[in-house]
Design a protein around this ligand. Structure first.
Ligand code: SF4
Length: 310
């Protein structure tokens, strides 16, 4: 089942624009996070254990070494890449330090642009201007914003340390400068259901967005949520629930928005639940199959704000 037939995926989008395959290479910029170092908070987001998505050994290597190692791991060879600063908050540093790291990545052979993962409350005007300057030099720039949900009550409950407002402000500023915004959303956060997912996707789409990344809630060791799960206060999302929500969100998303991801995996023993998230293909194939049955991306664009009565 080819996901690209039903979704405007990043792979499809990049191939159409560059005429060949472009792969994302993840980099650890040795950053920290203001929600962990005490600036905003110490506990971090309740779902977070950075070790579940970041390789800490990478942090000690130069950007060039990381890119060389990551490009060597790619099975289907390609000559073009995006450098993805993924771990922690990759705009959380001095401007000169950021510029130096980003420029090291941009200077590496085959790098056509940057993806920079961060929090919506951690992107200064100076950082935006820096990213916009790379864009003006012909580089592709994606600002990847972790929003997770537009519901402020949930954001508070999961200890994000920011609300919808911070996202709204930075998303508008970035897009006004021509920087592409990719928004990360989690399906399965505590207390959330289909009404919340629909509200989130409609608010994000209505504000304007260039890319989306959908992610099932992973309950991972070392997170606050792991304790709740083990105490029986939290349940993990099933594959069926995930597919229903993801398909609804994709169908409510206009066709020009690029999906960087429609599911995500984690490895045991870091992953506690749900088990299905250990399989690399299960979520993606199930989403593609459901889209083939119910309609592709953009096939169910909703009238705005109808959920407000819900
Ligand atoms: S998810 Fe991101 S913002 Fe939240 S604690 Fe982890 S690194 Fe920090």
């Amino acid at each position: 089942m080819q996901l690209d037939h039903f979704v405007n995926s990043l792979g499809r989008d990049l191939k159409a624009r560059y005429g060949e395959r472009v792969k994302k290479l993840t980099i650890h910029g040795n950053f920290t996070c203001p929600n962990r170092d005490g600036t905003l908070g110490k506990g971090g987001c309740t779902f977070c254990n950075v070790a579940s998505f970041a390789d800490e050994t990478q942090a000690q290597q130069s950007v060039a070494t990381q890119l060389a190692l990551k490009s060597a791991e790619i099975k289907v060879k390609t000559a073009k890449y995006l450098a993805y600063f993924q771990a922690y908050t990759s705009t959380y540093g001095e401007l000169m330090q950021l510029d130096s790291l980003y420029q090291q990545a941009l200077a590496y052979r085959g790098i056509v642009g940057l993806c920079v993962g961060t929090r919506p409350d951690c992107v200064s005007d100076q950082v935006l201007a820096l990213l916009a300057s790379y864009q003006q030099q012909g580089k592709e720039v994606w600002l990847e914003l972790g929003l997770q949900t537009s519901n402020d009550k949930t954001l508070k409950r999961i200890n994000r340390g920011h609300g919808w407002h911070e996202y709204q402000v930075i998303c508008e500023k970035a897009r006004a400068l021509g920087i592409k915004v990719c928004t990360h959303l989690i399906i399965g956060l505590p207390g959330e259901g289909m009404v919340d997912y629909q509200r989130t996707i409609e608010q994000v789409v209505d504000l304007g967005v260039d890319g989306l990344k959908l992610h099932p809630l992973h309950i991972v060791t070392g997170s606050t949520m792991a304790k709740s799960y083990q105490a029986g206060r939290l349940t993990a999302i099933s594959l069926e629930q995930y597919v229903e929500a993801a398909v609804m969100m994709i169908r409510h998303t206009p066709k020009d928005v690029v999906f960087h991801r429609v599911s995500a995996t984690a490895r045991k023993p870091t992953l506690i639940a749900p088990d299905w998230c250990e399989d690399r293909w299960l979520g993606m194939i199930a989403v593609a199959k459901a889209l083939s049955e119910y309609g592709a991306q953009g096939s169910a664009l909703a009238p705005k704000w109808h959920y407000l009565a819900a």
